[in-house]
Design a protein. Structure first.
Length: 468
């Protein structure tokens, strides 16, 4: 067994992704919340590499900008100016990797389902065989579009691309995953010797297998049992299929951990979402980004929760949207509530139908049960906000704060013109336009007093008809 030495990862990410028909670089499309490249970099991290080199070309700037802030890994970029093939792409890393010893793991930027276990097994096989190259392969009855593994007496001799294959070679079921381990020492010299005598006139990385075998260098293979694991994404259809597989796996993990999914097929939960046991999730629910849901919650159909933290025993009724906010234990939201960024709904608080919160803190047990807009507000515990209440937080130039104390009663259809403070225990008469601060325990009435005109209706009838 030849020791692996240090491990360096290269990710090929310069291709155009023509078949996606997208303005966005292919690897920035998302699968269950994570970009394809982010998934591949997470896989790369599992082998604890000394360096990760990403070969960029098409959409290089966009890709670099997206990758740089999302990870603390030792990532460097090299540019492949013209995309002359996968062999040419790897050759571009010569400037940063030549002269290093150890093992290079080559990942394809568009193969995001590989597991850490498989990558570990690739490295074990590679070390045990003392190989110059080790290829991950898989089998499909008809591996259309993939390079085929050609063997003689059981040993790999070369890889032939679909377009260059004879009919007999196309019938081979074993295909190249595009994931390899290479001994670094002989690599760059061999890459320099690749030619372009093929259907696409490109430098094919898989040709390295043939080159090494002619030089009588050992080449090994590691075959995965599930071909799904090495699925490449080249089209929107493949993106959707892989997304379905990823979601299904996440849903299975959650169910195994005690979460009820009424209909897993229509439950959309991103990779990093955490859900506590005995929570029930109804169909067509989206839990996205860094969302954490506590235990014994009920999330009803059509709700979407993004980058938010939800405590235990929270009930989210149908069609509620929560973004970048915190919901504490026992709270009730919706139906049709909109909790916008920077909000905090306290323990046992109620936010009812057609209530919108933005940068608003609702205290423990506070209620806004119907039709309200509460923006840039702090609302104390046990306060009741009546139907139709609006915080007028914006004067056309600046946003202003509304401070509402504890145990306040805000009558229906009140207009609270910020900046304004309603002190503890104050009462606001229904229909008030409140423009000045209300002291603790006071009643504020901010509306014209009602006047009743006796007999008015009868008088009007006489005028209209002329009857007495
Ligand atoms: C490649 C393999 C094929 C294998 C398949 C597995 C070659 C010639 N063929 O085919 O044997 O079965 O992957 O998925 O390698 N790239 C660059 N620069 C380039 C060309 C490609 O960075 O000049 C990148 C692409 O962005 C992509 C990866 O390399 O991430 C693979 O390229 P792609 O064109 O998708 O190769 P396939 O046709 O899928
Ligand atoms: Ca591909």
């Amino acid at each position: 067994m030849v020791p692996l030495g240090s491990v360096h990862v290269v990710v090929l990410a310069a291709g155009k992704g023509t078949r996606m028909k997208s303005r966005l670089p292919k690897l920035l499309h998302r699968i269950a919340g994570l970009t394809i490249i982010e998934r591949v970099l997470r896989i790369a991290a599992t082998v604890k590499p000394q360096t990760i080199t990403v070969v960029v070309g098409h959409g290089a700037d966009e890709l670099k900008a997206a990758v740089t802030p999302m990870t603390a890994l030792p990532i460097q970029f090299v540019l492949q100016d013209q995309q002359l093939g996968t062999g040419h792409a790897l050759l571009q890393t010569r400037s940063v990797l030549e002269g290093k010893s150890g093992t290079l793991v080559l990942l394809s930027g568009d193969v995001p389902l590989l597991t850490a276990g498989t990558l570990g097994a690739l490295l074990d096989t590679h070390a045990q065989a003392g190989a110059a190259a080790t290829v991950i392969t898989a089998n499909l009855p008809r591996p259309y579009g993939y390079g085929r593994i050609v063997r003689t007496n059981g040993r790999i001799t070369k890889i032939v691309e679909e377009r260059d294959a004879s009919d007999a070679q196309r019938a081979i079921t074993e295909f190249n995953s595009g994931i390899y381990a290479f001994a670094l020492e002989p690599l760059f010299k061999a890459l320099g010797s690749l030619g372009t005598a093929n259907n696409q006139g490109e430098y094919y990385l898989p040709d390295l297998v043939g080159v090494y075998r002619k030089q009588r260098k050992p080449v090994a293979t590691y075959t995965v049992s599930r071909a799904d694991e090495v699925r490449g994404i080249n089209s929107r259809t493949e993106l959707a299929e892989v997304s379905t597989m990823v979601r299904q796996q996440k849903n299975e993990e959650l169910m195994a951990a005690g979460v009820t999914l009424i209909d897993p097929a229509t439950t959309y939960i991103d990779a990093d979402v955490v859900v506590g046991p005995d929570t029930v999730i109804h169909p067509c629910v989206f839990l996205e980004g860094s969302t954490r849901i506590g235990s014994a919650c009920e999330i009803h159909a059509g709700s979407r929760i993004v980058n938010s933290s939800v405590g235990d025993r929270v009930c989210v009724r149908n069609h509620t949207v929560v973004t970048d906010s915190t919901i504490e234990a026992g709270a009730m939201l919706g139906p049709f509530a909109h909790i916008r960024p920077g909000s905090q709904v306290g323990e046992d608080a109620h936010i009812g139908n057609f209530v919108e919160l933005k940068k608003t803190v609702m205290g423990k047990g506070a209620k806004a049960n119907h039709l309200a807009y509460l923006g840039d507000a702090t609302i104390g515990s046990a306060t009741n906000v009546g139907a139709g209440t609006i915080t007028c937080n914006y004067d056309g130039e600046k946003k202003h704060q509304t401070i509402i104390g504890k145990g306040v009663f805000v009558g229906s259809n009140s207009t609270l013109v910020a900046p304004i403070t309603l002190a503890d225990g104050s009462y606001i008469a229904a229909g008030s336009a409140v423009t000045t601060d209300v002291p603790a325990g006071a009643l504020a009435i901010g509306r014209a007093r009602q006047e009743n005109k006796d007999g008015w209706v009868a008088k009007r009838t006489v005028k209209k008809t002329g009857n007495s």
